[in-house]
Design a protein around this ligand. Structure first.
Ligand code: UDX
Length: 452
């Protein structure tokens, strides 16, 4: 199929390379000239495991362009994957989605059928709004256009984006017409039937089952995205709330999570207690859902509480450090991990940023390490003084405490004995419960985890 994707962020670019790999003819539009130049040179503008090697393989088949008019008229299916940043009140701003729809409608040829797919995360009702935008443009152009609109929310997890795209749990499509459903079924057929040869770097997981394509109405599809993210966010906040109580009563939250996770109705995943969620989705999507609710005059106390618990975790950890060090003023704290999760350089809403700001406000000196997110963190924290250090052992020298914020794989293998030896006071606050308390203690650390 001939496909045009508008927006080459995490979602747009991942979708573009995966669809190109599946032998569709793909064009991708972006207005950001820096990004576009990189992509035209075959380089990925994002850090995402596997994306560069896939770009090396199929990037040359994708046409990257800033101009919608070049690649929409002869496309069969057009996907909108532009950002929906939060407004001040948390509402998702759909301006870029509507603008993209307008630009598409301006260059659609009359009497040719197109499927216009909304992949961006959008408030409930956006599908209908986009249909109106498209109809308005056709009326202005005085043409008879033929565009079917579908909502196809994306469940991409950063760090695992390609895995999720080739081997999804499910594909959700919201549409009121069969043309759009047919087009999306053909688009995803190789994934639904798993008929493609997996990329060498991304073998099919042995236990993987064929995914289903769930079809529903557009409003429900839009709601599914928000409800899924909110549910996962509150699952994490729930275990963090339990972790706080575990600390008070002398239980170990990792054991509790193991015990409740064995109940298949609950499941093991997303029960890792720690410093909570950040990133581009949960903070923004829970806020946006609350705005949708407020506009509908509806209360959502569970979602509100999930957010409160999440952001409190960042303050509680600073309090823990303060308790153990008596004061933070003049103390040197080593931060391990800046990205909001491992395998990405994304620092949007990363707990590390808030924690560093709280610590600096208390008078602490900060040394920070991250395998790849330092350049982004430097920008986000340009107004405060942070020493960025590329070697963890060097970072630990003469520090008063280490605080692990992101569970990068390489931190699991740190030589704790060596680290503890060079610190002023060997205090290890393990914000993601990465280390065994026994091993850390044996290595000479005063170990403090979350909920254990
Ligand atoms: C999430 C959803 O998983 C994805 O489906 C959606 O499309 C976008 O939002 P992402 O933000 O990339 O994806 O990351 P995810 O792996 O879900 O983790 C989000 C945050 O939760 C991270 O900060 C992570 O550290 C934290 N987390 C996750 C926990 O604290 N505990 C857990 O058990 C799991």
């Amino acid at each position: 199929m001939k496909i045009t994707i508008i927006g080459t962020g995490y979602v747009g670019l991942t979708t573009a390379v995966v669809l190109a790999y599946l032998n569709h003819t793909v064009s991708a539009v972006d207005k950001d000239s820096t990004k576009l130049t990189l992509l035209q040179e075959g380089k990925s503008p994002i850090h995402e495991p596997g994306i560069q090697s896939l770009l090396n393989e199929v990037g040359h088949t994708i046409r990257f362009t800033p101009t919608v008019a070049e690649v929409v008229p002869d496309a069969e299916l057009i996907m909108i994957a532009v950002g929906t940043p939060p407004k001040i009140d948390g509402e998702a701003d759909t301006r870029h989605v509507e603008q993209a729809a307008r630009e598409v409608a301006q260059v659609c040829l009359p009497n040719i059928h197109y499927t216009l797919v909304i992949k961006s995360t959008v408030p409930i009702g956006t599908n209908k709004r986009v249909a109106e935008v498209v109809e308005d443009v056709f009326a202005e152009r005085k043409i008879q256009g033929n565009v079917s609109i579908a909502s196809n929310p994306e469940f991409l997890q950063e760090g695992l984006a390609l895995q999720g795209a080739f081997y999804p749990d499910r594909i959700v499509v919201g549409a009121n017409n069969n043309n759009a459903l047919d087009a999306l079924r053909r688009l995803y057929q190789p994934i639904l039937e798993q008929t493609f040869d997996p990329p060498t770097t991304l073998p099919r997981p042995p236990s993987y089952h064929l995914p289903s394509m769930m079809t529903t109405d557009p409003n429900s599809a839009e709601m599914i995205k928000y409800a899924a993210n909110t549910f996962l966010a509150l699952k994490i906040s729930f275990i963090n709330e339990i972790a706080g109580l575990c600390e008070q009563v002398g239980a170990d939250v990792t054991e509790v999570a193991r015990g409740i996770g064995l109940d298949t109705r609950i499941g093991h995943r997303f029960l890792r207690a720690g410093l909570g969620w950040g990133g581009s989705c949960y903070p923004k999507d829970t806020a946006a859902l609350l705005r949708v609710a407020a506009q509908a005059g509806y209360q959502m106390p569970i979602t509100e509480a999930a957010r409160t618990v999440n952001f409190e975790q960042r303050k509680r950890i600073v309090q823990k450090l303060k308790t153990v060090l008596k004061t933070l003023n003049g103390k040197t704290i080593g931060i391990l991990g800046l990205a909001f999760k491992p395998n990405t350089d994304d620092i949007r809403e990363a707990p590390a940023l808030d924690i560093i700001r709280h610590l600096v406000a208390e008078g602490a000196n900060i040394r920070a390490h991250d395998p790849i997110a330092i350049p982004n963190a430097k920008q986000a924290l340009s107004d405060i003084n942070v020493d960025y250090i590329e070697d963890v052992h060097q970072l630990s020298h003469n520090t008063d405490a280490l605080l692990l914020v992101t569970e990068w794989e390489q931190y699991h293998r740190l030589d704790l004995r060596k680290l503890a030896k060079h610190m002023k006071t060997p205090i290890l606050i393990d914000g993601r419960n990465v280390f065994s308390p026994q091993e850390a203690t044996a290595a000479g650390f005063h170990y403090i985890g979350i909920g254990r």
